[in-house]
Write a protein that binds this ligand. Structure first.
Ligand code: ATP
Length: 373
């Protein structure tokens, strides 16, 4: 078995009765990367993790780690370790014995166990607490012990299922930094399941956005955030407004769309060759939207704008979140820089125009169906 922690999932499918928990997934997670599987509850993240770990058998498809096909191998022979959301330490064992537990299971001698457990506790900065019992530790400390316990067997892949969700906000942010640092130091592959976008963005070299058993996009956090592939990803990341229109004209690298409400949008053609009449979806980041009170000069004919009324205003510190009601749209949000907001204060009920520069329109792969996903 090589030491490579590259994971390859090929046409991977898992059915539970009639439910396709995971459907025909293809994904390569590079060795030594921090990968986050991101998606709402029930989209299949945990099932993928459990199949990699060997706690669940695929219905079809292949899983390789390094150069080894692991389907059919028992969990202990895969070179993986798993850390769960409920990190349940053994209450009757000392911290050191908790950390050494899997070595004992594998028949490693006492002196060697102690030495390696102490080294690992050093790494998570808990060496001074090694003789305590779990109940005498804080939640954050227990979490670090659980991490040390999973890493003690020197896995090439660490699988983490919602590892931060039991912690309060402060500890969560602290542990997030520690996880990232630890992964970089160890240089092994981390696969971390989460339903929280900021967590995935902060941690991952590769974010895999999932939607009911399939992958919508797998890319760097920056790419997912700035260039979502589909309306689903754009909505799920929360930073984008999704708009749709039918192609009315094409000129100079720009496609002109007409929305059902009658607005005109210009979008860069990028790599797509649209046909007249074709429906297209695009997204515009919330922080590229300028909000102005609707003046008499402004007409519905102005391109790259939607018109609506202010629904709510939320002060967020460095920006103001302005939510609009636009007929026929679920939500339309602009994050206006605080200093801009005070140039022309607006309030709920005001009629406004929300505008953007055409260069900020980002074409999406699929047409937005308008159905909440
Ligand atoms: P969560 O964040 O809630 O854990 P998830 O994205 O990890 O969600 P999975 O736990 O992988 O999702 O579940 C994917 C789908 O498979 C769901 O529809 C779930 O109900 C179903 N499922 C998972 N495990 C089983 C099982 N053992 N038997 C039957 N159905 C299952």
């Amino acid at each position: 078995m090589s030491n490579s922690g590259e994971i390859r999932l090929v046409d991977l499918t898992k059915k539970f009765g009639d439910t396709d928990a995971v459907k025909d997934i293809n994904l390569t997670i590079p060795h030594g990367s921090y990968c986050c599987l991101l998606g709402p509850s029930g989209c299949g993240k945990t099932t993928i993790l459990r199949m990699i770990a060997g706690h669940e058998t695929p219905t079809s498809g292949e899983i390789t780690i390094g150069d080894t096909s692991v389907v059919g191998l028992p969990p202990v022979q895969r070179g993986t370790a798993m850390m769960f959301q409920s990190y349940a330490l053994f209450p009757h064992l000392s911290i050191r014995d908790n950390v050494a537990f899997y070595l004992k299971m594998r028949g490693v001698g006492k002196d060697e166990r102690r030495k390696r457990a102490d080294e690992m506790l050093e790494r998570v900065q808990l060496a001074h607490l090694r003789d305590r019992m779990p109940a005498q530790l804080s939640g954050g400390q227990q979490q670090r012990v659980a991490l040390a316990r999973s890493l003690i067997t020197n896995p090439r892949v660490l699988l983490l299922d919602e590892p931060l969700s039991a912690l309060d906000e402060f500890l969560r942010l602290q542990m997030r930094v520690e996880l990232k640092t630890l992964q970089a130091e160890l240089g092994i592959t981390f696969v971390h399941v989460t339903h929280t976008q900021p967590e995935a963005i902060a941690l991952a070299d590769m974010v895999v956005v999932m939607d009911t058993g399939r992958i919508d996009q797998a890319a760097s956090a920056r790419e997912i955030y700035n260039s979502p592939a589909t309306p689903y990803v754009a909505r799920f990341m929360g930073a984008q407004n999704v708009l749709t229109g039918a192609v009315e004209g094409i000129e100079d690298g720009i496609a002109r769309l007409k929305s059902a409400r009658g607005e005109t949008f210009e979008i860069p053609r990028q790599n797509v060759t649209p046909a007249i009449g074709e429906e297209m979806s695009f997204s515009v980041r919330r922080d590229y939207i300028a909000i102005r009170k609707r003046s008499d000069i402004e007409t519905e004919a102005a391109a790259n704008a939607v018109f609506g009324t202010v629904d709510s205003i939320e002060y967020q510190g460095n920006f103001v979140k302005v939510s609009l009601q636009v007929p026929g749209m679920d939500t339309f949000v602009a994050n206006v820089p605080d200093h801009d907001y005070f140039v022309e204060p607006i309030g709920p009920g005001d009629a406004v125009a929300a505008k953007w520069d055409k260069q900020h329109a980002h074409v999406l792969d699929r047409v937005d169906t308008g159905v909440p996903e």
